[in-house]
Ligand binder design. Structure first.
Ligand SMILES: [Zn+2]
Ligand SMILES: [Zn+2]
Length: 342
């Protein structure tokens, strides 16, 4: 028994300093084991590839003390930043299709097949695009992942074929998209408003693009990467059919507690104040990156075309947030209820 426990304990002694094995979190006040790999929350510092943390929160918390030891470059040549689309989104779509094909294989009525073919349109109306943000060091040519982003590409014609229409399609996906849909009419066009974005801006859009996640890893922040990524997103083939990127500024808040969604979540006064401060910082970052408010909503929009009026509005003259006016029709009332339900 003794030898068994000795051989069981031996590896932990050599784990310290070996960055490829599981070991204790480098956040001094944590002490939990780090679990790396798919579906695990552990992270390796992308600045030095040495420090390891059990979760992103621990990495963020210990950055002030790790900063001096980290070998992340002091500045970044933005020409070395490039975006790489992960194929996962497509695979899921393929799997979905295969699954549906399987379920049809035993079908006796051809009518059912036809119904399914029609249904496929709205099933794929919203496509997720996972983007890795990578940096290739100009001297060493070494490439490292420095962050990631997630986009939802909403194909408007397909969304309109959804059984409950454009609003239903977006509401079916998430509360965030339902809140966005409140500002669009039944054919997926922006409602008239007093801001710098007008229905005509969305006329030629085949799709709406919603940026839901943008995370630059802790060691790489403050080097201009986030703003650079915004402009490079338009170069992705997935964004060929759009010149606009919509976003809800909490996307940078990847450390928000689970289950809290949007600014109406149930928080203590202290949590709410911290959240509001983060929100305000994110809005400022968006506005500095040329996003301007969509109508009077909580969403912001960026135009690829730098001659669009939004690009000439000074930040301090951007539209303010205002609650939507009370609904005037039964349909509006219902949509409002659906979108704002907790
Ligand atoms: Zn930890
Ligand atoms: Zn580091």
């Amino acid at each position: 028994m003794e030898s068994l426990s000795a051989s069981f304990q031996a590896p932990t002694a050599t784990m310290k300093g070996d960055s490829t094995k599981e070991r204790q979190c480098d956040n001094a006040s944590c002490g939990q084991q780090v679990h790396l790999g798919d579906y695990k929350r552990g992270v390796v510092c992308s600045g030095c590839s040495e420090a390891q943390y059990c979760a992103p929160q621990c990495q963020e918390a210990s950055w002030p003390s790790h900063k001096a030891a980290c070998t992340v470059p002091a500045s970044v040549d933005l020409k070395g930043i490039h975006l790489c689309v992960e194929k996962n989104g497509d695979d899921e779509e393929e799997e979905e299709r295969e699954y549906r094909d399987d379920s049809n294989s035993g079908s006796e009525e051809e009518d059912e097949d036809e119904l399914d073919m029609e249904g496929e349109g709205w099933m794929t109306a919203i496509k997720g695009v996972v983007v890795d943000i990578e940096y290739t060091h100009p001297e060493t040519n070494a490439t490292v992942k420095v962050g990631h982003a997630f986009l939802q590409v909403i194909n408007i014609p397909k969304a309109l074929t959804f059984p409950y229409g454009f609003f239903g399609c977006l509401d079916d996906n998430s509360r965030e998209l339902a809140l966005l849909a409140l500002h669009f009419d039944e054919i997926g066009r922006l409602c008239p408003n007093n801001g710098c974005w007008q229905p005509e801006d969305f006329d030629l859009e085949e799709s709406l693009v919603n940026l839901t996640v943008l995370v630059v890893d802790v060691p790489w922040r403050g080097k201009g990467i986030g703003r650079d990524v915004f402009s490079k997103l338009f170069e992705l083939p997935e964004l060929n059919e759009t010149g606009l990127i919509l976003s809800y500024p909490s996307v940078l808040n990847h450390l928000e507690p689970d289950g809290v969604n949007g600014r109406f979540g149930k928080r203590t006064a202290e949590e709410q104040a911290a959240y509001q401060a983060k929100w305000d910082r994110n809005v400022k970052f968006y506005q500095k990156s040329a996003f301007r408010r969509l109508a009077n909503s909580d969403f912001f929009c960026l135009a690829k075309d730098t001659t669009h009026p939004s690009h000439s509005i000074p930040i301090d003259q951007d539209a303010p947030y205002q609650d939507l006016p009370p609904p005037t029709t039964e349909e509006e009332r219902l949509q409002r209820f659906m979108a704002e339900k907790m």
